[in-house]
Write a protein that binds this ligand. Sequence first.
Ligand code: SF4
Length: 302
Amino acid sequence: MNILQEKIKKLAKEKNAIILAHYYTNKEIQEIADFVGDSLGLSKIACKTNADIILFCGVDFMGETAKILSPNKKVLMANNIASCFMAKYISERDLINYKKLNPDTIIISYVNTYASVKALSDVCVTSTNALKIIKHYADLNKKILYIPDKNLGNYANKTYGYNMELWNGFCPIHNYVSLNQVAKAKKEHPNAKFIVHPECPYEIIKEADFVGSTKQMLDYTIQDNASEFIVGTESGVIYAMEKASPNKKFYPLVSNFRCINMKSITLEDAYDSLKNEKNEVILSEDIIKKAKTSLDRMLELS
Ligand code: SF4
């Protein structure tokens, strides 16, 4: 650890703070984290921590999720500019308008949404538990709207023959990979297995040996016998993969598979936020209560 990393760890101990970081953050951020995980894993930690402060190194909706699940804790974002492009595809107003026209439709919202949108949803899902929870509602034979990720929703529809209505949102980092890039990576690494995140388009998913959430991809690389993998998601997770399987090789599907928002978080940000208790996540009690219902339902069903 460098001097700044040690200062952050010391400060966190003094303030009884826990540091949570998403897999897509920079390596030096993951190194200072008490827990590194994907949305579901970090949500579960946020639920049960005894810390007074949660320093969240991730994008805005993740900090909101931590606040909803731990409303009595002080949740600080490492910086206040790391946002999620996908979450911006649907606003509270959009969903209010939709619900007026479709009052009987079940709203399943991906965790990559803002708290005000979660508050209007029936249930929330992450990429780890989406298929299981969607199945639960599809079996009820009700009309479903899946928001905001059209790619993950389309993957569920195609795989299981569902007919969910899909919002036209997506993650630009995962959406704009092409079949040519997949073919190129496979040609360069003929012995590697191709693993992919369901936020990618279905035509890309079809080319994969394995599809799953970031954590499921990590687990797959640990358990599978292959020694090389082409990684079809944000390249930050490769640090965790290399740490878990030092004898295996990992290649990003494309060299710039990077979420600029996640990568905007620096050690300086984390130190400044924790020291000065800046960038606190503030949500109204009403939003917390309503959004928590959809998250609690997710945790029950996952
Ligand atoms: S990778 Fe995409 S979905 Fe994930 S945080 Fe970044 S913009 Fe959002």
